[in-house]
Design a protein around this ligand. Structure first.
Ligand code: FAD
Length: 474
């Protein structure tokens, strides 16, 4: 069976499914191929993000935070609970339901937007007369044809050399989100976003968590002042974070034995019930057969694209985790929209400098734009304003006063160059910063905008005021 489309999207994660919907909205006959299978071997649209990434991790972060709150912060509100018990099965089943709602939501959106969905592995077979032939290997074998192809095949977890994931003792993100009991001792290799989020979930549920990180500096991509605060908060919570370690050996049998050298060169041997390995992700081009169309990869295995997501082959585009730039769902989505719009001749673009980053720990960390160390190394003169949540009325009322907002602005023009937050609801607060930067706002713009009282967003206004030493409440 052979079918002709205007656009074929390979991959149904946030990049691919959004690209397919926008292409169809723009009047293009669109197909989306995705090979993800759930535990019943059924299709599960949404890719890494929906199935084993953003969505299930945030479901478990929320559940574990509620659980932790009962024994930590509730007492200060005058709420005393006796007999607190964890029902992990129920927590995991809720997480699975949240995932399924999202899977089903995309199926509904595809129907509504008339996107044809094919479940199976997509691969290039050949190009003839400006038409690409893509084979889909699912329950049956099909060939789809189209003039435009968008590759959105995402990424997969990086494993350590010679240490494969078995998802029982050595866990990737998939296993880390699916443990059926709380490990007494949990090791995490990698103190990046995923390591910190997964470490936080299981720490709150009762594990002793030790995080081992090779880099000497904690969260080196984060503004150093914010990272320093965060390190202190996480250490106070009992996450044992060891920086600058060198792993010597990992042996997994009944448990996992890890020997490593600490930053001072002393050797340690630790045993864990389970070990999460979160040392980054690698682009996924497996099985695409890109050599059939001579598609180029860069030295790190990402599909080579320009700033418009164009590959070296005309009318083949690539977006999301499989190309350069932040591995974030919203970046993938924006690139999907951008490419669909370019296919119909519109002039869309994605500014990779104004992509918000969030780490959903407690408190959350969020930022957009440049941090202080980057501005210094770029030789840019800047002014800085900070405001602690301790001085914010809403933060005091909800009892979440840890952290601060930091605004960095150009010393001469006052244009905002970066906003960095560690504190309650940083993931929501950062949206104002992104809008401000997209509109090239100055710190004075934010400082003069009326912010509701009492609200956490007043901390952003106050930090903006502080840039010009005009903070009112601190
Ligand atoms: P993916 O989501 O990886 O989707 C690719 C899809 O393509 C998959 O379904 C795959 O099976 C399919 N596919 C691959 N090859 C083929 C083929 N040949 N044929 C057919 N189908 C194919 N990002 C955030 O922004 N916020 C977060 O809070 C966040 N949390 C995360 C938590 C964890 C634990 C992890 C692992 C990631 C998290 N991310 C988060 C990152 C986010 O999940 C990715 O950036 C995002 O999923 C990338 O989207 P994508 O569309 O490029 O690829």
């Amino acid at each position: 069976m052979s079918m002709i489309f205007d656009v074929i999207v390979i991959g149904g994660g946030p990049g691919g499914y959004v690209a397919a919907i926008r292409a169809s909205q723009l009047g293009l006959k669109t197909a989306c191929i995705d090979d993800w299978k759930n535990s019943n071997a059924a299709p599960a649209l949404g890719g890494t993000c929906t199935n084993v990434g953003c969505i299930p991790s945030k479901a478990l972060l929320q559940s574990s935070e509620y659980f932790d709150n009962v024994s930590t912060s509730f007492q200060s509100h005058g709420i005393e609970v006796e007999g607190l018990k964890l029902n992990l099965d129920k927590m995991l089943s809720r997480k699975r339901n949240v995932v399924k709602q999202n899977n089903d939501g995309i199926v509904y959106l595809f129907k509504k937007n008339k996107v044809s969905f094919f479940h199976g592995k997509g691969s290039f077979t050949e190009k003839q007369d400006q038409t690409f032939h893509i084979s889909v290997l699912g329950k049956e074998k099909l060939t789809l044809n189209a003039k435009n192809v968008i590759i959105a095949t995402g990424s997969k977890p990086r494993h350590l050399p010679n240490i494969q994931f078995d998802e029982k003792l050595i866990l990737s993100n998939s296993g880390a989100l699916n443990m059926n009991s709380v490990p007494k001792k949990l090791g995490v290799i990698g103190a990046g976003v995923i390591g910190l989020e997964m470490g936080s979930v299981w720490k709150r549920l009762g594990s002793d968590v030790v995080i081992l990180e090779a880099l000497p500096e904690f969260l080196s991509a984060v503004d150093y002042q914010i990272a320093k605060e965060a390190f202190r908060f996480f250490s106070d919570q009992g996450l044992m974070i060891n920086m600058g370690v060198k792993i010597e050996e990992i042996k997994a049998k009944k448990d996992v034995k890890v020997s490593f050298f600490d930053k001072d060169g002393s050797k340690h041997n630790l045993s864990f019930d389970r070990l999460i390995v979160s040392v980054g992700r690698v682009p996924n081009t497996e099985g695409l057969e890109i050599e059939k169309i001579n598609l180029e990869l860069d030295d790190n295995g990402f599909i080579k694209v320009d700033d418009k997501c164009r590959t070296n082959i005309q009318n083949v585009w690539a977006i999301g985790d499989v190309v350069r730039g932040p591995m974030l769902a919203h970046k993938a989505e924006d690139e999907g929209v951008c490419v669909a719009e370019q296919i119909v001749g519109q002039h869309s673009h994605v500014d990779l400098n104004i992509i918000p980053w969030v780490i959903y720990t407690f408190p959350e960390i969020a930022w957009v734009g440049k941090n202080e160390q980057q501005l210094k190394s770029d030789g840019i003169n800047f002014k800085s304003g900070t405001f602690p949540f301790m001085a914010n009325g809403r933060a005091r009322a909800i009892g979440e006063t840890k952290g601060m907002v930091k605004v960095l602005a150009d010393a001469k023009t006052d244009e905002i160059l970066g906003i960095h937050i560690v504190g309650p609801m940083a993931s929501e607060l950062i949206a104002e910063a992104v809008v401000a930067m997209e509109f090239k706002a100055s710190s004075e713009d934010i400082a003069r905008i009326c912010h509701a009282h009492p609200s956490l967003s007043e901390a952003t206004k106050e930090a903006a005021l502080a840039v010009n030493e005009k903070a009112l409440n601190f």
